[in-house]
Design a binder for this molecule. Structure first.
Ligand code: ATP
Ligand code: MG
Length: 439
């Protein structure tokens, strides 16, 4: 048990440049430009948060958060390439080509704020716009490892919370009273898990205990924010470890309840999900594209299949139709918790509904699948099932092979022998018989 974040010293421990390993080479030119210009204009100017933490861990930070005593309007006056954003939390974005440096004005902790309406009934912060000084700003940050300030004036690091020690000990420690901090913002539970997974840190016992108590509060978090957090958790190259920790702390059930139930009763499904997470991590780390619809499809696969077979037992429909309808209904339910945009749920449904068609390797219909706009995703999904023995290996090989074949070879593979002309004749002759048999 550690408690380094609970005291509130009003002056920081200042670690001079010679006594720490954080070099300016770790920071982008754009971030340094912003820092220097603020400093020259007479403002305090620090890097803060993840970039300082990651630089200490030799993790090469990619995004940079600047903290200053300049107000957003004062920041805008200094930079022509600057835009003010956010209502709940007003920020300046300074743009350099594709890079954005985020500049935040020091805030006072919410409980210091002279505003009763800054919290909702559950204690959740709903507004956070009262400016303050750095020694107030530090206490509203989440974890000690995220609360270090790098001062551009002399390259020192300011540590109010014991963050340097906690980074050395690879510990995730909440600043202040853990229960209160999780109540203020339940998303911090997910952030604890995300940082533990990314940094290979241990979540401190005090935080684990508070999570156990407060996990139901995740139900109060707006669904849109949970989708943002979902992306960070599952598309940053540490999805598998994040998933394991979410399950360990019983938080996954708060995000994907139907999936969680299935994972508990079906080991094969768990194996499939783990294979998908590993695959996603591999893709992210090798800079291949990833889409959230794929993993969401994986998470919903078992619940959707079950629901689809229920639907088929009630009403006559094809397997594909039932999968599509089931995916529609369950993704609707899921969206109430995590706001997955329609541009992901629609292709996800198609991807799942196409799965039965991979068993049809003869005839035009089989061949046509190759042209389907969702073929690629559906194929990847099927291959993943095959990789864990949940789809026929020979059929999977067939679909891999036909993609590289010529038109003639494909016709042979799908056993399409008739020429266009004779086929048309045959179809015409068959039509009356077909109509009879289908009625
Ligand atoms: P990464 O960018 O790797 O996800 P980060 O620590 O930079 O990690 P951000 O979400 O970019 O995380 O936030 C920047 C900083 O703002 C954090 O380091 C933390 O100090 C503070 N912060 C962000 N979100 C919260 C929160 N929900 N509660 C308290 N402080 C927060
Ligand atoms: Mg960041």
């Amino acid at each position: 048990m550690k408690n380094s974040g609970t005291k509130k010293p009003s002056s920081p421990k200042i670690i001079p440049r010679a006594a720490h390993t954080v070099s300016r080479d770790e920071f982008s030119k754009s971030a340094l430009k912003v820092l220097y210009r603020l400093h020259k204009a007479g403002y305090q100017s620090f890097l803060v948060g993840g970039c300082v933490r990651d630089a200490m861990l030799d993790l090469h930070p990619k995004d940079f958060d600047v903290a200053t005593n300049a107000t957003p309007e004062e920041v805008r006056a200094l930079f022509s390439n600057c835009r003010l954003i956010g209502r709940r939390f007003r920020l300046a974005h300074v743009r350099f080509g594709r890079e954005i440096v985020e500049v935040a004005t020091f805030r006072a902790a919410a409980n210091h704020a002279d505003d009763d309406h800054a919290h909702d009934e559950a204690g959740r912060i709903v507004r956070d716009n009262v400016y303050g000084s750095i020694d107030e700003d530090v206490w509203r940050r989440d974890f000690t490892c995220n609360s270090l300030y790098y001062n551009i004036a002399d390259f020192s690091i300011w540590d109010y919370t014991g963050g340097v020690d906690d980074i050395k000990q690879r510990h995730i420690v909440l600043i202040g009273d853990p229960d209160k901090r999780l109540r203020e913002d339940p998303v911090r539970m997910l952030r604890a898990v995300r940082f533990a997974a990314k940094l290979d840190f241990t979540i401190d016992d005090t935080v684990v205990e508070a999570i156990r108590q407060d996990r139901p509060l995740l139900a109060n978090v707006p669904a849109a924010r949970l989708f943002d957090e979902f992306l960070k958790m599952f598309q940053s190259g540490h999805a598998e470890q994040t998933f394991e920790l979410l399950r360990e702390h019983d938080l996954f059930s708060m995000l994907f309840p139907d999936t969680d139930k299935e994972l508990n009763r079906d080991e094969a499904f768990l194996e499939f999900v783990l294979a998908a997470l590993r695959n996603t991590d591999k893709r992210v780390r090798s800079n291949q594209s990833v889409t959230p619809m794929f993993l969401i499809g994986v998470f919903l696969w078992n619940p959707v299949r079950k629901h689809a077979s229920r639907l088929r037992s009630k009403e006559k429909m094809s397997e594909s139709q039932s999968l599509s309808l089931a995916a529609y209904e369950l993704s609707g339910q899921q969206q109430r918790r995590i706001a997955i945009p329609r541009r992901f749920t629609v292709p996800m449904r198609e991807m799942l509904a196409l799965q039965p068609r991979f068993t049809q390797t003869r005839g035009k219909r089989g061949l046509n699948l190759l042209q389907h706009r969702r073929f690629r995703a559906a194929y990847d999904f099927m291959m993943l099932l095959a990789s864990v023995g949940q789809f026929d290996e020979e059929m999977a090989k067939f679909w891999t092979r036909v993609q590289t074949e010529s038109a003639e070879q494909r016709a042979a593979s799908f056993q399409i022998t008739a020429s266009k002309k004779s086929k048309r004749r045959r179809r015409r002759r068959r039509r009356p018989a077909k109509a009879k048999s289908s009625s």
